[in-house]
Design a binder for this molecule. Structure first.
Ligand code: HEC
Ligand code: HEC
Length: 486
């Protein structure tokens, strides 16, 4: 993954030049502009010898297993962000950020649905209702297409190592851009964003299907249709400035905001990122307690399952590190459902990472998801093709058999004839299924029923008890006074 590549690259370059020399002259020039990442990179460099050993261990998925998650793993932490978090909470739940004022971030990442929406694929702008009861909308407001990928949970994303966002990593830390992020917006993305999580928060509002709406429906949607992202952000900031309650919240969160005019969408994105990072930090699972020294925190089954996870079942080769992800991209033959991302001859395939790198070798690769809170966040995979944790794990044990015998009935999608018609175009084509299957990096693994149950018990031990009931993270009303309960 890019961020780690930078670290490796920096580390090896500096080792060749002599770390001490470079460090003695102060901060290396290429690290000056990367804001919150600076300390992280510097620590890595200073610690390069140890890091090298860690890197070797990482191959085996065991490296960070012995190191507990700490505050130092996060670039956004609670202490210095209270006012921003408060503002971010309202923005996250307020439909004011959508073109037609009918959908918020939370519609797809709701506290009551463990920061997802419970659906295989989200119903974006135009739909009505929350979670699995959401419908596809009525008459001229009905949705035009399904959102092509599953709405992922947003736990722990304030940690440095989540340096690439989305299943294909198309928003990524990159110091060579003014914003410090490589994104589809290139140089249009403004400066001043607090990290990659804030960079990400700039984008859902610019997507016609997710939040902006269709051309002709509102000015924000028109700006999106013209690919004028700076105009989208400008119009949204103007909306927020017109609401006195928001103006007060922005002033409280940012000392540099003295007048309404000073409010920009960058401030909004930073606040949303702070809210997500602080509220959805989840590192108190039984597994965490075990790593921190409480040997009794894990049940016998979970302990056995842990050994299987990092041993026989080879899960730890990809689900490595503190958050059970190598932050890299792999092909595991996930069944492809939904409208796809416009790739391939049919236009209904999703090539995953290839669309970002242009490298055919990356076809059907998706980012290894973190497994924190995994028992809470069904459906699974980049398109939510598997509805249960058991089915998702069984898929890994024999991925080729699994994709070829995929049971289409398990999808969680509100039905509508024209949408349903294209949901399984790829799955119904043996030729396309074959291509996805052929790319799979997974080897076949045999587990006894007992071993399988233990493995599942370990995955449950990754659930932070504080994440089970997130009702208290949901605001009771939002400054716009728009409805919250759908
Ligand atoms: C219509 C549903 C929808 C809405 C509304 C929405 N998202 Fe998402 N979100 C998604 C989907 C789908 C993805 C994954 C897309 C992909 O990987 O290509 C995603 C990805 C993300 C990610 C990346 C997570 C990761 O691990 O890579 C974050 C963070 C996020 N959304 C936050 C937000 C914020 C903040 C807002 C509001 C400004 C928002 N989302 C609005 C559906 C939605
Ligand atoms: C070759 C790398 C690799 C190995 C080995 C691997 N996984 Fe995965 N895993 C992935 C990738 C990549 C995804 C996401 C695929 C997608 O979205 O299309 C994934 C998805 C998952 C998911 C769903 C996550 C979510 O949020 O939707 C679970 C659960 C999971 N893996 C568990 C396991 C278990 C348990 C094992 C061991 C039996 C394992 N994985 C082995 C790469 C791997």
């Amino acid at each position: 993954m890019f961020n780690q590549r930078i670290v490796y690259l920096c580390t090896s370059l500096l080792l060749i030049q002599g770390v001490n020399n470079t460090m003695a002259q102060g901060i290396p020039a290429f690290l000056v502009d990367i804001g919150p990442y600076k300390d992280f990179f510097l620590a890595k460099i200073a610690d390069s010898r140890k890091f090298d050993i860690e890197r070797k261990e990482k191959k085996h998925g065991l490296s960070d297993l012995l190191a507990p998650v700490t505050n130092d793993d996060y670039y956004i932490i609670k202490n210095d962000n209270a006012a921003k978090v408060e503002l971010g909470k309202f923005l996250f739940y307020d439909k004011i950020l959508s073109g037609n004022k009918n959908i918020s971030c939370a519609t797809c990442h709701h506290g009551l649905a463990d920061t997802g929406d419970g659906l295989s694929l989200p119903v974006g702008e135009g739909g009505q209702g929350l979670g699995i009861t959401r419908n596809t909308g009525k008459r001229r407001h009905k949705i035009h297409e399904r959102v092509p990928r599953n709405a992922p949970p947003v736990f722990n994303l304030g940690a440095y190592e989540f340096a690439a966002m989305f299943y294909d990593g198309r928003v990524e830390v990159d110091p060579s851009f003014p914003s410090s992020c490589f994104t589809p917006a290139g140089d249009d993305l403004p400066q001043g964003l607090d990290g990659v999580l804030a960079c990400q928060a700039m984008f859902p509002v610019t997507s016609p299907t997710e939040m902006a709406g269709q051309a002709g429906e509102n000015r924000i949607a028109d700006a999106t249709a013209n690919d004028n992202l700076p105009m989208v952000w400008h119009l949204l900031a103007k909306r927020l400035r017109r609401n006195n309650e928001y103006v007060q919240l922005f002033k409280a969160a940012y000392p540099e905001i003295r007048r309404k005019k000073d409010i920009t969408f960058v401030h909004a994105a930073n606040a949303i990122a702070a809210y997500e990072a602080v509220t959805f930090r989840a590192d108190s699972s039984p597994f965490d307690q075990f790593i921190r020294g409480n040997r009794k925190a894990l049940s016998k089954m979970a302990k056995k399952g842990m050994r299987i996870f990092y041993g026989k079942a080879e899960c730890g080769t990809c689900h490595s590190g503190k958050f059970q992800t190598d932050q890299d991209f792999h092909a595991i033959a996930m069944p492809q459902i939904g409208p796809g991302k416009g790739h391939g001859a049919t236009g209904h395939e999703d090539f995953g990472r290839e669309a970002v790198t242009g490298d055919m070798g990356d076809r059907f690769k998706f980012r290894t998801p973190s497994l924190r809170n995994i028992a809470l966040t069904a459906p699974y995979g980049h398109d939510g093709a598997y509805d249960t944790l058991e089915a998702m794990v069984r898929h890994h044990l024999d991925s080729i058999f699994s994709i070829k015998n995929y049971d289409q009935k398990q999808v969680s999608l509100p039905s509508r004839k024209d949408l349903d018609r294209i949901d399984f175009l790829v799955q119904n084509s043996p030729e396309l299924v074959e291509q996805i299957a052929n790319a799979s990096e997974l080897s076949e693994i045999q587990l006894s029923d007992n071993q399988f149950q233990n493995l599942i018990a370990f995955l449950h031990a990754l659930t932070d008890p504080n994440s089970i009931d997130l009702r208290k993270t949901v605001p009771k009303k939002v400054p716009s006074r728009l409805r919250l309960h759908d």
